[in-house]
Write a protein that binds this ligand. Structure first.
Ligand code: NAI
Length: 328
């Protein structure tokens, strides 16, 4: 298996050089956890992204198969697979963007603490690799609980002396994607025309959709507001229950991750006005990490926007979170 991967790597190198001579712009992207429920569709969608020139797929299982499969797609990105921790450094060297959907989902009999402990350990190992091999890469962290894995990643980078808060982003895009979809349903509009800022964190009540700031401007009845807020906060559970034990959101998450990664790559290219919600190191509230609208640029997060005016209901929801330190 390893030999096959190596052979594929060398022929891919010729392809890569050939494309570089053609002057095609592109970024090097690694997906860590690429063989998982999110990782596989995410890898497929990133292979379709014209801003990607090299796509590295890393996991502790099954990357040869996923890589062989995806590498047959006739799109520009050169795909290479990396299997097991001994290949982590090769997977990460030279990357511009690292997307992390690695992690164990909760199984019967496991507590959230068990999940936290395992995923925290996985994220720590992967971030140690990033510090060593591509300390300047933008990191998109998907592994749950995002509210905790992002601070853990920050500590790993600090310890290694490579921490740049602008480059570490927790992916909350699925909350925005869900909010856009559910609001569009209520309004009878196309979800592509809707933009809902979602702030706070990425778990249950810490997810706060700012329905008073939806674009285009619109208004909701109190009943609609409560329905939408609850559905957006519990979107993950809706999928978990519908999948009845077969996992959590994977396809919509892969879509959201690619939407977010594409925004990061456009910003890296130098596009102006790239604004998305993300869970980042923040001074918007007194919490050290907070999800809000950020402007992305060549260095990652270049500006963090204030929350803007909250209506009475949103302030009330925020006040309920004083126990986690949110005073807005
Ligand atoms: P999955 O179990 O299908 O896939 C996880 C993959 O990670 C597996 O292929 C596994 O082999 C791999 N993995 C495990 N340990 C690893 C390591 N040390 N290094 C590299 N890869 C490793 O799980 P799924 O459904 O893809 O979810 C992945 C994570 O994403 C979970 O933590 C889940 O809670 C989270 N998630 C986050 C969302 C968000 O909005 N941020 C939404 C949905 C899920």
């Amino acid at each position: 298996r390893t030999n096959n991967l190596k052979m594929e790597g060398s022929s891919n190198l010729r392809l890569e050089n050939c494309r570089a001579k053609g002057g095609s712009p592109g970024f090097k992207v690694a997906i860590l956890g690429a063989a998982g429920g999110i990782g596989q569709p995410l890898a497929m969608l990133m292979k379709m992204n014209p801003l990607v020139s090299v796509l590295h797929l890393y996991d502790v299982v099954n990357t040869p198969g996923v890589t062989a499969d995806i590498s047959h797609m006739d799109t520009g990105a050169v795909v290479r697979g990396f299997l097991g921790q001994q290949q982590l450094e090769d997977a990460l060297t030279g990357m511009d963007l690292v997307i992390i959907p690695a992690g164990v989902p909760r199984k019967p009999g496991m507590t959230r603490d068990d999940l936290f402990n395992i995923n925290a350990g996985i994220v720590r190992t992967l971030c140690e690799g990033i510090s060593k091999c591509c300390p300047k890469a933008i990191v998109n962290l998907i592994s749950n609980p995002v509210n905790s894995t992002v601070p853990i990643a920050a500590e790993v980078f600090k310890k290694a002396g490579t921490y740049d808060p602008r480059r570490l982003l927790g992916v909350t895009m699925l909350d925005v994607v869900r909010a856009n979809t559910f609001v569009a349903e209520v309004l009878g509009l196309d979800p592509r025309d809707i933009d809902v800022p979602v702030v706070g964190g990425h778990a249950g009540v810490t997810i706060l959709p700012l329905l008073s700031q939806v674009k285009p401007p619109c208004s909701f009845t109190q009943q609609e507001t409560e329905y939408l807020t609850s559905r957006i906060q519990n979107g993950g559970t809706e999928v978990v229950e519908a999948k009845a034990g077969a996992g959590s959101a994977t396809l919509s998450m892969a879509y959201a991750a690619v939407k977010f990664a594409d925004a990061c790559l456009r910003a890296l290219r130098g596009d102006a006005g790239v604004i998305e919600c993300a869970f980042v190191s923040s001074q918007v509230t007194e919490l050290p990490f907070f999800a809000s609208r950020v402007r992305l640029g060549r260095n990652g997060v270049e500006e963090i926007y204030p929350l803007g005016p909250l209506n009475e209901y949103e302030s009330w929801l925020g006040k309920g979170k004083e126990r986690v330190g949110w005073k807005h």
